[in-house]
Write a protein that binds this ligand. Structure first.
Ligand code: NAP
Length: 298
C-alpha cells in the first residue's frame, strides 16, 4: 500500500510515522515540504504521489487564534480537506482524517455518539465540521476519527503547560467545569493503524468514529493528577496539588467558547476492532515517564 501522511510533525503525525510503517510504503510530509494552504501545490503533490491511502494529520489547531484568523483555519481544516477528499474520490484511494469534540456544543449530559447533532461553539469547531462535511460529500472511501484533549510528550498541550506552570509558579487556577477524556497521540495512532488494516480487509466500514481514551475528568482534576504523579516521579515543581484552585469557565475568559461536555463515546470503534480502550490515566502516566527519562526537570 502506497501511503501519504500529511502533518507528520504534529502530535498525532509524529506517532503515525511509526504506526503506519507496517502497513505499506510511507511518504511523510510536514509543512516545510507541503503547505496545505497552497491549494494548487497541494493537489499537484498529492496527485504526483498517487497514494492508495492519504492520512491527514495536518490541521489548524490554534483554537483561540481561529476566532480572529478564520480564513486560515478554514483553509487548512476545510478547503485543503476538500481537495484531499476529491482526489481520493477520483483515484479510488482512502482518506483517513481527524476531527474534534469541538464540533459539539457540550450541552448533552451523556457522552456524544457519532450520530449526535453537531453545533460548534467556535470558529475552530465550525472549520473542523466543514472539513467533515467535505469528506462525506466527496464520495471517497474514508475513516474519520473524532478525538479530544490530545496530548503527547513532544507536542504543545495542556499537560505540558501545567507542568511548566507548576514549575514556574507557586499556585495555579484551572477550569473545573469542562469535562472530557484526555487522549494520547500514541493511542490515536495505534488505533488508526488497526483501523486501516481492518478497513483494508473490508472488516471496517467507511464512516465517522469517535476515538478517545476511557474515563472522564475535568481540566482541574487532570491538572491535579499530573502534578501529583509528576511529584511522585521526582519532577521539581513549586506548586503542589493543594495549590491548584478550581475555577469556573467564566473566571478564565478566552476568545473561543468551549463545550462543557467534551465526552465522546468510543464504543463503536472499540467494538468493531475488538479493542479495550485504556483509561486516560494510562497514557498520561506513560507520557510523564517519557518526559522524566528524557529530562528529569521536564
Ligand atoms: N490537539 C487537540 O487537543 C485535538 C483535539 C481534538 C481533535 N484534534 C484533531 O486531531 C488532529 C491532530 O491534532 P494534533 O494535536 O496532532 O495537532 P498539532 O500537534 O497541532 O499538529 C497539526 C500539524 O498540522 C500542521 N499544519 C498546520 N497548518 C499547516 C499548513 N498550512 N500546512 C501544512 N501543515 C500544517 C502543523 O504544522 P506546524 O507545527 O508547522 O504548525 C502541525 O504539524 C487534528 O485534526 C486536530 O484537529 C486535536
Amino acid at each position: 500500500m502506497n501511503i501519504l501522511l500529511l502533518g507528520k510533525n504534529g502530535q498525532v503525525g509524529r506517532e503515525l510515522q511509526r504506526t503506519l510503517l507496517p502497513l505499506g510504503t510511507v511518504t511523510a510530509l510536514g509543512r516545510d515540504a507541503l503547505d496545505m494552504e497552497a491549494t494548487d501545490t497541494l493537489a499537484a503533490t498529492v496527485r504526483a504521489h498517487a497514494p492508495d491511502l492519504i492520512v491527514n494529520a495536518a490541521a489548524w489547531t490554534k483554537v483561540d487564534l481561529a476566532e480572529t484568523q478564520p480564513d486560515q483555519a478554514f483553509a487548512v481544516n476545510a478547503n485543503a480537506v476538500e481537495i484531499l477528499a476529491q482526489i481520493a474520490a477520483e483515484h479510488g484511494s482512502t482518506l483517513v482524517h481527524y476531527s474534534t469534540d469541538y464540533v459539539f456544543d457540550g450541552t448533552k449530559q451523556a457522552a456524544y455518539v457519532e450520530g449526535d447533532q453537531a453545533n460548534p461553539l467556535n470558529v475552530y469547531g465550525r472549520s473542523k465540521l466543514a472539513g467533515e462535511q467535505m469528506v462525506e460529500a466527496a464520495g471517497c472511501r474514508f475513516i474519520l476519527f473524532r478525538t479530544s484533549w490530545v496530548f503527547s510528550a513532544d507536542g504543545a498541550n495542556f499537560i505540558k503547560t501545567i507542568l511548566r506552570l507548576a514549575r514556574e509558579r507557586p499556585s495555579l487556577r484551572v477550569v473545573a467545569d469542562q469535562f472530557g477524556a484526555p487522549t494520547s497521540a500514541e493511542l490515536i495512532a495505534d488505533v488508526t493503524a488497526l483501523a486501516i488494516a481492518a478497513h483494508h480487509r473490508s472488516q471496517l466500514a467507511d464512516g465517522v468514529y469517535h476515538l478517545t481514551a476511557r474515563g472522564r475528568t475535568s481540566w482541574y482534576d487532570l491538572a491535579c493528577y499530573v502534578v501529583l504523579r509528576a511529584k511522585e516521579l521526582g519532577f521539581e515543581l513549586q506548586a503542589d496539588v493543594s495549590d491548584i484552585q478550581p475555577i469556573a469557565t467564566e473566571d478564565y475568559p478566552l476568545p473561543a467558547a468551549r463545550p462543557h461536555n467534551s465526552l465522546l463515546a468510543s464504543d463503536a470503534i472499540a467494538h468493531r476492532l475488538g479493542l479495550e480502550l485504556p483509561d486516560w490515566t494510562v497514557h498520561v502516566d506513560r507520557m510523564l515517564d517519557q518526559l522524566r527519562t528524557r529530562e528529569p526537570q521536564s
